[in-house]
Design a protein around this ligand. Sequence first.
Ligand code: SF4
Length: 692
Amino acid sequence: VVELGMPTRSVKTTCAYCGVGCSFKAELRGDQLIRMVPDEDGGANEGHACVKGRFAFGYATHKDRQLNPMIRESITDDWQVVDWETAIAYVARKMRAIQDKYGVGAIGGITSSRTTNEEVYTVQKMVRAAFGNNNVDTCARVCHSPTGYGLKQTFGESAGTQDFRSVAKADVIVVIGANPTDGHPVFASRMKRRLREGANLIVIDPRRIDLVRSPHVEADYHLPLAPGSNVAMVNAMAHVIVTEGLVDQEFIDNRCEEYDEWAAFVARPEQSPEAAEPITGVPAADVRAAARLYANAGNGAIYYGLGVTEHSQGSTMVMGMANLAMATGNIGRDGVGVNPLRGQNNVQGSCDMGSFPHELPGYRHVSDDAVREVFENLWRSPIAPTPGLRIPNMFDSALDGSFRGLYVQGEDIAQSDPNTSHVYASLKSLDLLVVQDLFLNETAALAHVFLPGTSFLEKDGTFTNAERRINRVRPVMAPATGKHEWQIPCEIATAMGYDMSYDDPSQIMDEIAVLTPTFHGVSFEKLDRLGSIQWPCVDEADPGTPIMHTDEFTRGKGRFMVTTFVPTTERSTRKYPLILTTGRILSQYNVGAQTRRTPNVMWHAEDTLEIHPHDAEDRGIVDGDEVTITSRTGETLLRAVLSDRMPAGVVYTTFHYPLSGANVVTTDNSDWATNCPEYKVTAVQVSVGAHG
Ligand code: SF4
């Protein structure tokens, strides 16, 4: 029991969990943080918060925190604690030695959506200017990379279209592949408020999520589609809208291009709800009714999550939703739009900051000579004109021997990436694995160098939330590690011969603003003055952009894209007759590295497997049984929970605990455009008891 007492000071900062990006006042008594109070002036949360942001900050001072750099020659050796100077010199020397032996492209880095924009920016700059290649990727690869691709192709900008406030003007809300109540609780409350006021709701999700039926909220239509059939579903809805003349022709004529080809495609009989019914498993009449409801709404707003992106056609589905919005004129004003609900606090920011191997900050392609020249002049360094390796390419290249050194900033790739045995084999084959993190996580177990990172309470910088809102993250305490995280890549780069230094993170943002048109008007001083800024913010006078594409799309005309449905190769068979899909629970966060180290662990102590009573009965499984889940790639154990939230034939689990390891069974399948893993569809067998 801690005697809290009254706070003596408070610091305004931003929650480090989900992409809602709630603002808080961290209240301290002396140097001790005693509570987090949601900030009524917070643009994203207006005084609200969820249990994670409010209570789950204890991990920052947990005894498992590693505060010293450590090195070891082999992963079977014991860790040796060293000082920062030694660790930085070791990493620089080893990375250069690998390049001397295997070539410039033999090393790379992965940035984190958990760190600040400034910290991400310095890592990608280190890779491009000091490593001399574009082998930089982000953990957004495994969540929202299809959002970046799909929205850029159709609208011209890799970001959601609306601010959160906009939902208050929606007449019909469509939630696809997301569970906001658990994943984005504060935004879910905003959404539910609008639903209680009378807005209609369509839920497209295999699972009967809380929004389908909960106190005071009930969906007008729940379309429980088969995992992997999203694109067939969105094409069927488009078929209804086009063939029944429900399109907004004036909007299409004035604002869009390539409509005719798309309309001819979706109008074909094979795209109809009736043709899609055997694929989606959803009655055609329900799909027709839901499509009419969306198209006839004054304002129709789409919100979506990883149930859209983490598929072999994730990018196609993002474009499919953009097509629906354009066809019905639901873009460019309050209450409409296409909006990704981002999982991590800084997914948007890590993508904005140039973490993709083909894009410099601001989503500019590395092959663009004019763009590269701007960066080269300011950085005083050449930039490679060809895209580098994505995360899955890094794993494959490690196994073929051409990729030998990896720097990982704040992501537990050994636990979070699919097909665990493949990831482990790849990481084990590296000559140098550097992990920068708070804890000795699963990835660090395979590392040669551990560089201690800082928690959000020690950071000074910015996060960008799902509505493109740049929020300040202010230090509540000094770095317990003795070093700011943005300093680490700067010092490694310098030790490798590329002089990279800043006195303060505000200088990093100033550099981002100079180099990135959508950030030209952003500075720490302005953020402190305005509270937050939603990019694009193009000059000092610009207060930011809550709603995008109001008069014209970023790319000029919105572009309709033909979205042909291609079934995933991951099918159920007699040997693997069930389809496993995944999601989250409210009290835990992603792989649980933080939330498992807070009192929240008492509320949910393990991942479980939800299985329909019919499927359970067929297998002799009763509630609470330990069951073995077997897929083509692996096998894991979970406790069964009988539930009819999933249709028969589909099972469901969360991925918050390393021992259960949902990714032991997930496959190598990935989105055709971005390699985002197909976490949401894995054919499995479930049997009672522990095997092997
Ligand atoms: Fe933090 Fe998300 Fe909860 Fe807000 S909704 S307090 S950002 S976890």
